[in-house]
Design a binder for this molecule. Structure first.
Ligand code: C5P
Length: 396
């Protein structure tokens, strides 16, 4: 895609470099339009090196090729980061006194802005009004975050993290093929208490489940995420419920599942829990050289959801296996999808260095007949989108 990144003149302009880099690394052709003020905060050579394209600033350059409209006409998406209070006011008024203003007016592409300014400026009625105007025009506003500002003060007005801006911007380009669908995702790993301070758990971070939830939001779904001990931050764009143990997760899933068109069980669930939880911390002075734990089986949440599924509901299970041999891994998956009664099963290999907690993933998705419907490898976000492709295909 051709993405125009507008950089306006705020201190946070230095962070625009990471936004540009994220978009380039995602495979896009990025063209930077920087205001004169922006170039007081970040150097043109940096923007050119990172974007791998010439940086445009001057309205009166490239006039023969009618550059002031050509850049906007060619854009598939415009991202303005940071967007200062002044640039937001100009956008709201439709001013075209600089190259960025002309580019926006000459474009039919969606616009995403990431405001950054001091709290007083963000909360000023003029800015509040201008943001309302832009939102009513369909502009996507990312952030601002609440946190440390340029000076010693903190509050709302901090530029959203570059990764989040990239994600939100690319989400605008996603197909909206899950509009009107309600998707329930479980993520993370359950923990079974032994005593007030200890638990039996697993190394699932919740990254793959969160990536699925994010991807579903980007495609227009209404998403509920049930997070078991998540090690990742959740965005405001979805409903999030936090749970700890398998029994808590089971109860939360049972409550939420009847409302869902799709249930994705990405959480790593403990198969067993301690039969009893000690009231006080277990002490080695009293337990001695050996400690035996008596465990009881947890309910299989996924299998239960399969049995009580609503009409037309699609259920997606996961199978994290340490099996190294591909055929043996597939055989395990084929047996599991039948046992669990899910429609799709996402099979991935986990181990000391694979799967749990990592940034990337490699999966095979099976259907109930045991056929491979999809295989994907890449970032957890990429894998999430491919898994949703398989879900969407089932709706069709
Ligand atoms: O049997 P196994 O743990 O390999 O199955 C994995 C799938 O089943 C995952 O989707 C996991 O969320 C789900 N599961 C469950 N309840 C359990 C154990 C696993 O829902 N007690």
């Amino acid at each position: 895609m051709n993405i125009v990144v507008g950089v306006t003149g705020g201190i946070a302009a230095y962070k625009a470099v990471n936004v540009i880099r994220g978009l380039v690394l995602a495979g896009h052709d990025v063209h930077v339009v920087a205001t004169d003020a922006a170039l007081r905060f970040v150097g043109k050579p940096t923007l050119e090196a990172i974007s791998r394209n010439i940086v445009h600033t001057d309205l009166y350059e490239g006039v023969a090729e009618v550059r002031h409209v050509a850049i906007g006409q060619a854009a598939d998406l415009i991202v303005i980061a940071p967007a200062t209070a002044n640039s937001i006011a100009k956008l709201a008024a439709g001013l075209a006194d600089d190259l960025l203003g002309n580019t926006v007016l000459a474009s039919r592409a969606p616009v995403v802005i990431a405001p950054a300014m001091h709290t007083e400026m963000w909360q000023h009625p003029a800015t509040v009004h201008n943001i309302d105007v832009l939102r009513s025009r369909g502009v996507t506003v990312v952030g601002p975050a609440v946190g440390q500002l340029t000076g010693a003060d903190s509050g709302p007005g901090r530029l959203e993290e570059p990764d989040e801006i990239v994600r939100a911007a690319l989400a605008v380009l996603e197909p909206k093929d899950l509009v009107g669908r309600r998707i329930l995702v479980s993520a993370g790993g359950t923990r079974e208490a032994l005593d007030p301070v200890r638990y039996l758990g697993n190394r699932s971070s919740g990254k793959q489940g969160l990536a699925l939830a994010r991807a579903a939001v980007a495609r227009g779904a209404e998403v509920t995420l049930i997070g078991a001990n998540l090690e990742v931050q959740t965005p405001a764009s979805m409903r999030v419920l936090h749970v700890g143990s398998t029994l808590e997760l089971a109860a939360a899933m049972r409550d939420a599942a009847p409302e869902a068109d799709v249930v994705i069980m990405a959480a790593a669930v403990a198969d067993y829990r301690p039969e009893s939880v000690a009231e006080a911390k277990i002490k080695k002075e009293t337990t001695g050289d050996r400690l035996t734990l008596e465990l009881v089986k947890n309910p299989d949440i996924l299998a239960g959801l399969g049995e009580s599924r609503g009409p037309g509901q699609i259920i997606v299970g996961f199978a994290a296996e340490t099996e190294q041999d591909r055929d043996a891994l597939l055989a395990l998956g084929r047996a599991k999808i039948v046992r669990k009664g899910s429609d799709l099963l996402v099979l991935n290999r986990v181990g000391w260095t694979e799967g749990f907690g990592t940034e990337g993933n490699t999966v095979v998705v099976l259907d109930r007949l045991g056929d491979i419907v999809m295989e994907a490898s890449g970032s957890k976000q990429t894998v999430a989108d491919r898994i949703l492709d398989a879900v969407v295909a089932r709706f069709a």
